[in-house]
Structures are given as C-alpha cells and as structure tokens.
Write a protein that binds this ligand. Structure first.
Ligand SMILES: Nc1ncnc2c1ncn2[C@@H]1O[C@H](COP(=O)(O)OP(=O)(O)OP(=O)(O)O)[C@@H](O)[C@H]1O
Length: 621
C-alpha cells in the first residue's frame, strides 16, 4: 500500500517523478553520434598538432619524434594485453620485428600495394604470431607466462641475428610512401598511423572485446558465467596487441629504412613492458606518454654524458616504484579527476534511493490496480503452472570421499522464485557450480527448458539462458556500470533499457565507474546485469551479502517482482530466512548434500525435519 506519509500522486505522476529523478548527465554523450564524435574530434586535434610539429621540428627531433611514435604504438599494444587483459607479455618487440621483417620482405619483392599495404600485412602477420604465442596463455598465468613470452623473445632474437632482415645484406632501403618520403612528412605519416591505432584501440576497448579483456583480467569464472569465451578473450587481446607491435615495427623499418636485429632485443621488450606498466598504457594518452619517455630518458642521459644503456636502469627503477605502489601514473592522475566525479556519483546514488522509494509506491499502485495485494506487503504467491524451467534428477558430486551432493532432484517452476536453503556446508554452492557447468564431473541429469546440459561448458549454459551470480565479487572494477551491463546482457540493449533495470534495482547511474562503488552495490549491479540478459533461469548465490537490512528488504521486494516483470525464474540461495520468506514461492532445503524437503514455502518451513536441521536457528523459522 502507498505509505500514509507519501505524497498523494497517481501512478503516471509517480512514473514521471521517477523518470525526472533519473540523472542523465550529458545524454548526447551516450548517443551513438556522441560516442563517436568526441573521440574523432580529439583525433582530429591530434592530427593537426602532429602536422604542426612536422613542419616545426628540426631534423634530429623529427627522428626522435618518429621513434617516440613507434614506441607509443607498441606500448598501446601492451596496454591491451597487459593493462586491460592482465596478462604478462614480454615479447612486444619480437612482434615488432615480425612486422619489420614482413615489410622488408615485401619491399625486396617489390610487392604491389606499396608501404601502407606492407605495413598492414606486417601487422596482420604479427597478429597471427601473437595468437600462437597467446595459446600458452590459455593455460598459464603470471610468472609462467612471463617466462614463456621472454623465452620466445630470446629465441626470436637469436633467429633474427642469424637470418637478418630481407635486403639488409644488399643494403636494399625500404621505400616509404611516395607522399611521405622525406623525414618530416614521414613523421606526419607516423602520426596518422598512431591516430588510426589509437582510435582502433579506443573503440575496441569500448566494444564487447574490450569488456571481455577487462573481465578476464578480473575473473575467468565470472567471464565464462556470462557466456563469454575466456579463450577468445585472451587470444583476441594477444592478437590485437601483437598486431600493434607489428605495425610499430613496420613503421620503424620505414623510418630507418634498413632495420637490424639490435632494435628488437628481449631487454628492450622488457624495458617497454616496464614503461607500459609504469605509465598505465591501457589509457591511450599514457601510452603516448610512455612513447615519449622511451626516447626522452636516453636522450637526456646522452646530453648529460651518461651512457644511454643506463636508461634501462631508470625504467627499471620506475617500474619497481609502480609495482610496489600498486598503481601507475595514469591511474594516479585520473584519481584526482575521479574524486570529483565520485562525489557527483554519490549524490546521484542518494537520488537513486529516493527514486526506488517512488518505484516501490508505483509497484504497490500497480498491484492494487490489478486487484492484488501490494508487492511490498504480499505473501509469496504460487507459480504459474507451466513446464518447469529447470529439472534436476539424481544430482551427485563428490570431493574425494566427501559426498557434497547425493541424489539431489528438484524442479524450478517457470516464472517463479525458488529458495534453496540449508545450513553451512549443506551443498548449496556445490549445487550451483554443478548446474552452471563449473563442476562437470557430477552424476545425474540437468535439463534447462527441456535441453539436457550434460557436457556443456559454463559459457554454453549461459548462452542457453542459465545465468548465475557468485558469493565472491566477480564484477570487473575497471568497467563502467553501463559497459558491464552491456557485456553481461550479450544482446543489443538500448540506453533506456539499461536505465530502467538500474532504476528498478536502485543501482548507481550508468556512467558510474564500478571501482568507485562498494562491494554490496556491485553485487546488486551484478544481479541487475544478469536480469537484463533475460535468461530463463537466474541463480543468485547470496546476493544480499554486503547489503544493509533496509537494502535486504528492498532487494527482496524487487526480486519478487522479477519473474512477472522480466519473464524469468530465479533460484535464490540465502541464509536470511526473512528474505526467503518474503520472496520465494517454493523452497528446497538441502542438508548434508541431500534434499530434506521441497515444495510450497509454508509447508517446507513447517516440516519438522527442516526445523530440526535448523536447530539453533529455529527461532528464525
Ligand atoms: N572444492 C572442494 N573440495 C573439497 N570439498 C569441498 C569443495 N567445495 C566444497 N566442498 C565441501 O562440500 C560441502 C558443501 O560445500 P558448499 O560450499 O556447497 O556448502 P554451502 O551450502 O554452499 O555452504 P555455505 O552456506 O557456507 O556457502 C562442504 O562440506 C565443503 O567443505
């Protein structure tokens, strides 16, 4: 019922009020045009600056500037594989050598298409090599992957010294593009290539690929559970990174016109990696800054009469500082800017809370108009009698000698909320892992909408419409709320749909960065994102953990409305029996891996066996 203290508003007025309360900062920025126009505008300014520099810089500085640009492109690539996807790759200049080698070969062959086509082919070749090098990344992580990539760099270095670059023995100089043959104009050409690479990376980072890189860096399980292939996320990151390395190498080949192996050594790859980590190369401006450091530090040392190789020591010290402080330059600078943005986000969140109160009243009104009790006060109703969405028969899981699940059978009715409860260690999370494909070695059968799930990976099950959330935080903090929702939804969703589901769950606005919200709110956003995916079944593993009591109550009220509003079923795992009682129409109780009771909520909670299992917690029943 509408609360007595609530202002007297009709439903439409409340809806308008809720919409009006929705913060929509710079809506044009979220439009397709706005999302494209701004980066293109910045790119145009970059091109203009590059052109002015190309006519203003003196000869030697032009050479240094091209070196900075080639390094910036290679670092951009490292920003993808290391900064975004979280994998250690210590062979970026080996990919550059592949690009330079292909350009040299095509130059010697006088292949059609000219330098621009050779450069692109060099990038493609390096990208393919990147996929091969990335294959071990599917199994290896951390230091093991570092060893593999460094080993590859060392092997390639030895090979390159032996075979040399095509044409280098005969002194066949690489032919630059006709319009950019002078050093000055070649610098402007390199700026054009850098701009194209930066724009590509920018739009890729915003795309599904970019989100998958950030997701896989945070949690592989979380990534697979939303239907994203972990393998393709890792391999695309390696391929894009290596392709950028290849383009950087091809560009360098055009700069020096006779490339040598000494420009692509493993130690230089290592130094470049450190620069990428230190600067925060997943941010495009910081990758460009890293490219500048790459030439400025040795140049300064030279001017001060110090051997340039000490530059590696300087990079090493900067890298150690970045790794021990746990942050990087780009992050540090942005943190200052984000402080203000976070304040605005906090204000928006309190507005969201007010909106959610309005929505509650709105839902109550709708319920009253339909002749039923208001949802905030109504007891759980029986599900609609249709075919069950999930059927589990005789499910069994053993860990060594422990039978975590034994002969578990249950059905989840369509468009319902079923509670799965039981004491600690009863087997609830094991059940979710088995159903969602993370424990494939189970016995028994599981069908979703009549489709047997045996042998299907978590990713396939998610794509079939079975989604789950986790007890632990699996929401990648480097995404914005909107990017995360779009990634998890795995379908084309409008901004209005995103705002609606965020409103419904009382989540922060779409532009909020996930790193700036607390874990409890992140889990709420995880629920909202999975609801937006419109699965047939969503399994929520203790979604209220980290929320306050009031937020528990709010969440319960919203979850009750989900099946009718979004046409899906929910399995709710929860220790808070108040929440379970409010939300679930049916219940299944697990104890020591077996089903103790299953059926209508009231009957199950009154079952003496259930009460006995909850001894010590009986007052809660
Ligand atoms: N990977 C594992 N290896 C060995 N034993 C495990 C493993 N995972 C779970 N178990 C055991 O299986 C049993 C069921 O655990 P599970 O986590 O499914 O219980 P739960 O009902 O989810 O508990 P909680 O409410 O505390 O989350 C427990 O005895 C647990 O110790």
């Amino acid at each position: 019922m509408p609360r007595a203290d609530a202002p007297v508003l009709n439903t439409e007025t409340r809806r308008s009020a809720a919409r009006a309360a929705t913060p929509s900062p710079q809506p044009w920025l979220r439009s397709p045009l706005g999302r494209t126009a701004l980066p293109l505008g910045i790119a145009a300014i970059g091109l203009l600056a590059g052109y002015l520099l190309s006519i203003g810089l003196s000869g030697y500085f032009v050479f240094l500037a091209v070196s900075a640009v080639t390094a910036a492109i290679a670092i951009l690539g490292l920003g993808v594989v290391t900064g975004s996807a979280g994998m250690i790759a210590l062979c970026q200049l080996t990919f550059a050598a592949v690009g330079a080698w292909v350009v040299s070969l095509l130059n010697v062959m006088e292949a059609p298409g000219g330098f621009v086509a050779w450069l692109l082919l060099g990038g493609v070749a390096a990208g393919l090599v990147g996929i091969l090098v990335g294959l071990p990344a599917l199994r290896l992580r951390g230091v093991n992957l570092a060893v593999v990539t460094l080993g590859f760099a060392a092997a390639a270095d030895v090979t390159l010294v032996q075979i040399q670059f095509p044409g280098s023995k005969d002194g066949v100089a690489i032919v630059r593009p006709e319009a950019f043959s002078s050093d000055r104009s070649y610098f402007f050409f390199s700026i054009i290539v850098l701009t194209a690479c930066a724009l590509t990376v920018f739009f890729l980072q915003r795309s599904r690929w970019g989100s998958s890189w950030k997701a896989v860096a945070f949690s592989e399980r979380g990534t697979a559970s939303v239907g994203q292939s972990v393998q393709s996320a890792k391999l695309t990151a390696f391929a894009v990174s290596a392709a950028l390395g290849g383009i950087s190498g091809g560009l360098l080949a055009g700069q020096v016109q006779l490339p040598f192996a000494s420009s692509f050594t493993p130690i230089q790859s290592l130094a470049l990696y450190i620069l990428a980590v230190m600067s925060g190369a997943y941010l495009i401006d910081m990758a460009i800054f890293g490219g500048l450091l790459w030439v400025v530090v040795p140049e300064l040392l030279k001017r001060w009469g110090v051997p340039q190789d000490w530059g590696f020591v300087v990079f090493g010290v900067l890298g150690v500082q970045a790794l021990t402080s746990g942050t990087n330059l780009g992050q540090g600078i942005r943190a200052l800017w984000w402080k203000r943005a976070d304040k605005r986000a906090a204000a928006a969140r309190s507005a969201a809370r007010e909106r959610s109160a309005l929505l509650r009243a709105e839902l109550d009104d709708e319920a009253l108009e339909q002749g039923s009790s208001p949802v905030s006060a109504a007891p759980a109703s029986d599900p609609v009698a249709t075919a069950p969405v999930l059927v589990v028969q005789n499910l069994g899981v053993t860990f060594g000698t422990l039978k975590a699940l034994d002969g578990v059978s249950l059905e989840v009715p369509a468009r319902s909320v079923m509670g799965l409860i039981g004491p600690n260690g009863a087997g609830k999370s094991t059940f979710v892992d088995a159903i969602s494909g993370f424990l494939p070695q189970h016995t028994g059968t599981v069908t979703l909408n009549g489709t047997p799930l045996a042998g299907l990976s978590p990713m396939r099950r998610a794509r079939l419409g079975l989604r789950r959330t986790f007890q632990q935080d699996r929401v990648p903090p480097s995404l914005t709320v909107e990017a995360y929702l779009r990634f998890v939804a795995r379908r084309s969703v409008s901004s209005a749909e995103i705002d609606e589901v965020l409103d419904f769950f009382g989540c922060p606005e779409a532009a909020t960065r996930l790193v700036s919200v607390d874990v409890g709110t992140r889990r709420l956003i995880e629920v909202a994102a999975n609801v937006l995916a419109r699965p047939s079944l969503l399994i929520l593993d203790e979604p209220a953990a980290g929320l306050s009591h009031d937020e528990h109550v709010e969440l319960g009220r919203r979850l009750r409305a989900v099946p009718g509003r979004y046409d899906m079923s929910i399995v709710l795992i929860e220790h808070d029996l108040d929440l379970v009682r409010t939300v679930c129409s049916t219940l299944t109780v697990l104890d020591f891996g077996t089903v103790l009771a299953s059926g209508n909520q009231a009957e199950v909670l009154a079952d003496p066996a259930v009460i006995k299992a909850y001894m010590g917690e009986t007052e809660m029943l």
